[in-house]
Design a protein around this ligand. Structure first.
Ligand SMILES: Cc1ncc(COP(=O)(O)O)c(C=O)c1O
Length: 496
């Protein structure tokens, strides 16, 4: 049985640390894991040419620091690798006005999976025709927004949704508009995560139309017969943080099979095949993700072979990377507040094992992934390097929750102290976008760094922002001293 995520003290034994052996250099920045611009300058971490102490002083902590060159470089890598295909940035990973503009300017497409993600993209001026809208329960309002804005595709996910969409599409056509372009989201019966995939499982979930039951074919035929809808193609998405291409290949095989069935049943040759997102990234130095170039080559080869076998023309490919574009280029900076050594037990040879609980000024409200998915992260002491021997640590947040863990097991220099800055790597995807106000902590700002300049692209939430939602507190001043301002340096601080 799994121990309580906070630690094993409730049990009678001390499990071996899952941190592995301490690395030779505790301050090393593995290039797979850290943003492309990350450097140590006189021991201090610099991102986009900016020292982290300056960023923390100016913007406070916790702070998301986004390396613009890394983010846009990875988007460009996908665009180049998938030349001739459509690369949709999956905006659920991280979206704000500035990111929408970068993606628009760099020529990519964008995936929204709610009406509000769509609204953010449109408000930032993102070209509607390059947006696809996902969602298993799109409301009438969300669908109407998509239809009125003239987005590229609605990725339909249920028969109810088709029923809702048809009258809107008819009204648009009656007003002189074009049919609404649609992809059918299919459930291909494949689940892939990280190192493995299961090709017989995962029908039992909420997304898409099942291939196995014939619902996907029924939906496709239904859409084709609706004059106000245009069936542009098929979509499948098989999971996230995938490290090899076998699952995509199996999915491509199945979904191209459906292209063939649709052709047989209706004579229609569909023009697009969207194989979704899920390309993995390195959170830890040992992680070994595939490159966009290799994924693109494999997918092209497999789709071409499957189409040739069915005597079908090769459709235009589309993919939806989110994490692989947004994830690696962002780092979260935290300030250490307290350090608590906790004895774990004898550790086998009689020597007491100790784990330092290093508490920082954020936590599960700005990164829920460790608590939610048991995700693995790494972090370094950021404001300086140290020659002190390694100490087994667990980096935890300040929430009233023992599962509030950011980095479960790692080695940090044993002289880390309150006031030091920690940088957690690869937090660009599904961290800010999943942030909450648990314990009334405030959502951190996002600062984009590039060539020695820093721009706050999302400001820190204030207590007054939160008060404004409260029937009793709206309009009231926050108590003094204001606790939503960047913290003054900790008195014990070791920031250089
Ligand atoms: C339909 C769809 N496309 C793309 C993505 C993006 O996945 P990732 O960020 O892992 O690339 C997701 C993630 O859940 C998704 O559901």
């Amino acid at each position: 049985m799994r121990a309580h995520p906070a630690g094993p003290l409730h049990g009678a034994f001390a499990p071996p640390p899952s941190a592995g052996m301490p690395p030779a250099d505790l301050g090393a920045l593995d290039e797979q894991v850290w943003p492309r611009s990350a450097r140590r300058v006189d021991g201090e971490l610099h991102l986009g040419g900016k020292p982290v102490t300056e960023l923390a002083r100016t913007h406070g902590t916790p702070l998301f620091v986004l390396d613009e060159g890394d983010f846009r470089g990875r988007a460009a890598d996908f665009a180049t690798a998938f030349d001739g295909a459509d690369v949709h940035y999956a905006s659920k990973a991280f979206l704000c006005g500035q990111v929408a503009r970068w993606i628009a300017d760099d020529g990519l497409h964008l995936d929204a999976c709610s009406g509000n993600e769509l609204a953010v993209a449109l408000a930032a001026g993102f070209p509607a025709e390059r947006i696809a809208l996902h969602g298993n329960n799109k409301s009438l309002v969300e669908l109407q927004l998509a239809v009125d804005a003239g987005i590229g595709h609605v990725v339909v996910d249920s028969f109810d949704e088709i029923d809702r969409l048809v009258p809107m599409a008819l009204a648009r056509m009656e007003a002189g508009g074009s049919p609404v372009s649609v992809l059918i989201r299919t459930t291909v019966g494949i689940e892939a995560h990280t190192h493995e995939f299961i090709a017989t499982a995962h029908e039992d979930q909420k997304f898409g139309f099942s291939l196995a039951t014939g619902d996907a074919l029924t939906a496709a035929v239904r859409v084709i017969r609706e004059p106000a809808l245009h069936l542009a193609g098929l979509h499948s998405h098989i999971g996230s943080q995938i490290f090899d291409t076998a699952g995509f290949e199996a999915a491509a095989h199945r979904v191209v099979g459906l292209l063939g069935q649709v052709h047989q049943a209706t004579g229609e040759v569909l023009e697009e095949l969207n194989l979704g997102g899920g390309f993995g990234i390195a959170y830890l130095p040992d992680d070994d993700p595939v490159t966009p170039h290799d994924v693109a080559e494999r997918l092209r080869t497999v789709v071409a072979a499957e189409c040739a076998a069915l005597d079908l023309p090769v459709p235009r490919l589309a993919v939806e990377p989110g994490r692989a574009i947004a994830g690696p280029g962002t780092v979260t900076l935290y300030e250490i507040g307290t350090i608590k050594p906790v004895r774990l037990g004898s550790g086998g040879q009689g020597a007491p094992q100790v784990r330092n609980y290093v508490s920082v000024d954020g936590g599960m409200s700005d990164n829920i992934r460790t608590a939610l998915y048991d995700a693995s992260y790494t972090c370094v002491l950021a404001n300086r390097t140290s020659d002190a021997p390694p100490a087994l640590c667990r980096v935890v947040g300040k929430h009233c929750e023992s599962g509030d863990v950011l980095v479960r097991d790692l080695w940090l220099p044993s002289d880390v102290q309150p006031g030091d800055l920690l940088a957690v790597a690869a937090t660009g995807a599904y961290c800010w976008s999943m942030a909450s106000n648990y314990n009334y902590l405030l959502k951190p700002p996002v600062v984009a760094v590039r060539d020695g300049a820093a721009t706050e692209i999302v400001r820190r939430q204030t207590l007054l922002d939160v008060f404004a939602l409260d029937a009793v507190l709206a309009g009231r001043p926050a108590p003094s001293p204001a606790i939503d301002q960047p913290a003054p340096e900790h008195p014990v601080g070791a920031r250089s």
